[in-house]
Design a protein around this ligand. Structure first.
Ligand SMILES: Cc1cc2nc3c(=O)[nH]c(=O)nc-3n(C[C@H](O)[C@H](O)[C@H](O)COP(=O)(O)O)c2cc1C
Ligand code: SF4
Ligand code: SF4
Length: 277
């Protein structure tokens, strides 16, 4: 069978999930492309036809799919349309996220025909504490593109829609995780919690460095930063995605969470991307 239309549905404050989605699309090489980027405040209500393919790429927050991604997808409906679901995580772990996305997209009417777990630079990564810095790199993107090619072959090999089989994403291989660094991380988290240490609720801003260029306002997915008031952040709206931190050309915004050091030190070994189809 052939698919003539592909929809990339993504939520991606720091752009790594979107990059993976775009690489998969390149591999698929389908001419008719619709991009539904849910990162900015939006109200997307649409129904995908049965013969359209969806590529859905979202980040992992705390071992789950970023809640705002699910919220912004909830009015999308599918007519048993095939979907490829991908979670992108910062080299620690994705825990339940892929299964969660599978159940959620199923409830919208999609049939999941392929799944993937990819690595993206951690939102908290910085020069002092790099965490999966620079990922997805060339190899990651080449792998995502190859994944797209394999999905295309799977579709072409199916005689018709009835024969385009779904996958059980629970069977995807988990990445290797060395035991002692994980133990060290858990130990440090427990120690931090016991010490009553606090985590900042928004990025900090150095007013002396800010030149009010407005880049952070444009990048913020929740409208937590107001134009001409860039040195303040609405704590109730902030989801701590660090899009503003990465976008600030003056390095005026920082998110000094103690987790950055822990993650950087305990999850040094690059994890592998995994796919199932
Ligand atoms: C609030 C928050 C929680 C996160 N939790 C995890 C996590 O549990 N495991 C992990 O490996 N990475 C975690 N990350 C890192 C992101 O999953 C990772 O940086 C991802 O590439 C971001 O996607 P984006 O570039 O599409 O926004 C977290 C990031 C944020 C902001
Ligand atoms: S991106 Fe940085 S310099 Fe520009 S307005 Fe925001 S905080 Fe200020
Ligand atoms: S203000 Fe908060 S929600 Fe907005 S971009 Fe920065 S970290 Fe993300």
């Amino acid at each position: 069978m052939t698919i003539n239309e592909v929809h990339l549905i993504t939520f991606s404050p720091t752009h790594t999930s979107r990059q993976i989605g775009e690489a998969i699309m390149r591999g698929l090489d389908i001419k008719e492309v619709v991009i539904e980027d849910l990162t900015k405040p939006c109200d997307v209500r649409k129904e995908l036809p049965a013969d359209a393919l969806a590529i859905i790429t979202v980040p992992v927050y705390g071992g789950h799919v970023a809640p705002l991604a699910l919220q912004r997808m909830k009015e999308i409906r599918a007519n048993h349309s095939p979907a490829v679901i991908v979670v992108v995580y910062g080299n620690r772990a994705y825990e339940h996220a892929l299964q969660e996305l599978d159940a959620f997209t199923g409830s919208l009417g999609f049939q999941v025909i392929a799944g993937g777990t990819f690595i993206g630079e951690h939102s908290y990564s910085n020069n002092a504490y790099p965490i999966a810095e620079g990922r997805p790199d060339e190899d990651d993107l080449a792998y995502a593109e190859l994944f797209g090619k394999k999905i295309r072959t799977k579709i072409e090999n199916a005689a018709d829609r009835e024969h385009l089989y779904g996958v059980d994403v629970k069977r995807i291989q988990r990445p290797r995780q060395p035991f002692f660094p994980l133990l060290r991380f858990l130990h440090r988290v427990v120690k931090f919690r016991k010490s009553g240490g606090s985590i900042p609720r928004t990025p900090q801003v150095d007013a002396g460095l800010c030149n009010h260029c407005g880049a952070c306002v444009k990048q913020c997915p929740t409208g937590a930063i107001a134009k001409d008031n860039e040195c303040n952040t609405d704590v109730d709206k902030c989801i701590r995605c660090c899009a503003c931190v990465k976008a600030c050309p003056q390095k005026a915004r920082t998110f000094d969470t103690p987790f950055a050091a822990m993650l950087s030190e305990c999850f040094r070994r690059p994890k592998e991307n995994r796919i199932i189809l």
